[in-house]
Design a protein around this ligand. Sequence first.
Ligand code: GRF
Length: 209
Amino acid sequence: MAKKRVAVLISGRGSNMMALIEAARGEDYPAEIALVVSNRPDAAGLAWAREAGVATAIVDHRPFGENRAAFERALDAELRAQRIELICLAGFMRLLTPWFVGRWSGRMLNIHPALLPQFRGLDTHRRALEAGVKRHGATVHFVVPEMDAGPIVAQDWVAVRADDTESTLAERVLEVEHRIYPQALRALAEGRASLRSADNDAGSRGSSA
Ligand code: GRF
């Protein structure tokens, strides 16, 4: 079967992007990372992607100002020009409009550094520590118009330690992210995860790592 052509959308560091690129090098992996797109020309991940031999594009949001629709049309045109079939948002720091989300409905995943539906939005590690939760983790989900909502494809957790700081916790959660994102993309590319299916479960739930 032909590998699905995937675009990874980033705004910064790109460590999840790299995890996806590395996983997709596997011969039996059902997807190839055909394109990395950043909305920020200075995103560190762009250099990593180029080094890894992956095509990159920059669709800078700034010239479009408040005009999100025009930015998204430019982004969409780039994705279509490269015959992209699936999108992985990986630290992509732009809110997407219902138009773009609808266009890629069921074909776009996001990774969020928390156990959704807990801690939607930013600063998840700080908020988890403040809330005193015993478990924290990461979630890969389908993108729907509502932010950090949408059916869960993979989720896994780590135990929160008494001496954890935001950064130590973030570091352990990042390991979870790098493990479950490739699993979730595999499930989507193989047709084992869908926006309408109630029993998506690409990632093992529960770990004491
Ligand atoms: C990750 O924690 C991801 O879950 C969040 O933003 C961060 C991006 O990190 N959405 P990286 O760019 O993948 O290293």
